[in-house]
Design a protein around this ligand. Structure first.
Ligand code: NAD
Length: 331
């Protein structure tokens, strides 16, 4: 019997790469995507699997108990990626973040318990840990989220673990660092900067530019999610990271180079309120226990990512529809 996997948020950036991997040639999976198609969800992201016999798309909200009940009833496993994901939007309006990232997660978890789902992978983020000056966080580090986004993700993350403890649901939580790659909505720093630079515009760099982030190619996140889904343990948390850390200034320098632009195209803008200085995850657990390691190297994969945006201008969403937010690169 093929495994029936429900993927929430599958029309988004990471979700669409994950669904493509699940339906790779030879796969026995049957995949249902549940996605509300917010501004960040794009049905075209799933074009390559649309005609696959094991693929089904349901437009719907993870907060809607009836829709969720119907799709979870037909799933053996759930991989939950649907979320509001842009930190700056959470600063100007936190309600959608609490609604989707907390309430939506609880609605899904309830349905998973009701229908005896075998596995529930909850896709969380490294941002739940807050900021740290040196070293890297292990999975048992206390959560100290700084933004409404990371606080809502931490709430969903803890709810998921609570359902494991209380209901015995097989929950596995992942906490991954910043991702990059094709099909990321151009409000996050890499696609925002690349699409603006390639169209001759300036890019906004926050404050001092010395905020540091760890960067992982989206396909490496996908392989980590698969290792956790297939071989992870119930009730466990797995950090996912690359060890490749860059300041925003260093990242901007690389993007300028790849786009053939100079520093005159960079506008310094006031810092984001509550902006975490640095994130870094300790990946010893996923490496030792599940044998996972990233495959992509930033030097080549970033160049390939820029080349993808250059080759797909028709994919760039209507960036100017959200003009005020575009002064605000993401985490
Ligand atoms: P994204 O913003 O590209 O996509 C989110 C998807 O969720 C969209 O398709 C959207 O339509 C859908 N969605 C939003 N609200 C919904 C709702 N109420 N019901 C159903 N669908 C809804 O996000 P992403 O970057 O692909 O992130 C996916 C997950 O991975 C998120 O949970 C995020 O917190 C987590 N994550 C992201 C990163 C990163 O760097 N992008 C890093 C670590 C973890």
């Amino acid at each position: 019997m093929p495994t029936r996997i429900l993927v929430t948020g599958g029309a988004g950036f990471i979700g669409s790469h994950y669904v493509k991997a699940l339906l790779a040639p030879g796969s026995q999976a049957q995949v249902t995507v549940l996605d509300r198609l917010t501004y960040a969800g794009n049905p075209a992201n799933l074009d390559s699997v649309r005609d696959h016999p094991g693929f089904r798309f349901v437009t719907g909200d993870v907060c809607d108990p009836r829709t969720v009940d119907a799709v979870v009833a037909e799933a053996d496993e759930v991989v939950h990626l649907a979320a509001e994901t842009h930190v700056d939007r959470s600063i100007t309006g936190g309600q959608e973040f609490v609604r989707t990232n907390v309430l939506g997660t609880q609605v899904l978890l309830d349905a998973a318990v009701r229908h005896g789902v075998r596995r529930f992978v909850h896709v969380s983020t490294d941002e739940v840990y807050g900021t740290l000056a040196h070293g890297s966080w292990p999975e048992d580090h206390p959560l100290r989220p700084s933004s409404p986004y990371s606080a809502s993700k931490a709430s969903g993350d803890l709810l998921a673990l609570g359902y494991h403890t209380t209901h015995g649901l097989d929950v596995r939580v992942t906490r991954c660092c910043n991702n990059y790659g094709p099909r990321q909505y151009p409000e996050k720093i890499i696609p925002l900067f690349v699409t603006r630079l390639l169209s001759g515009r300036t890019v906004p760099l926050y404050g001092s530019g010395d905020h540091r982030r760890e960067w992982l190619h989206v396909e490496d996140h996908v392989t980590a999610l698969e290792r956790v889904r297939t071989d992870g343990r119930a009730g466990e948390i797995y950090n996912v990271g690359s060890g490749t850390e860059l300041s925003n200034t260093e990242l901007t320098g690389l993007l300028l180079e790849h786009c053939g632009a100079g520093w005159d195209r960079v506008e310094r803008v006031p810092d984001r309120p509550g902006h975490d200085r640095r994130y870094a995850v300790d990946t010893t657990k996923i490496t030792r226990e599940l044998g996972w390691a990233p495959r992509h190297r930033l030097t080549t994969a970033l160049a390939e990512t820029v080349a993808w945006y250059r080759a797909h201008p028709h994919w760039w969403p209507r960036a100017d529809a959200h003009a005020p937010l575009h002064r605000s690169p993401a985490a």
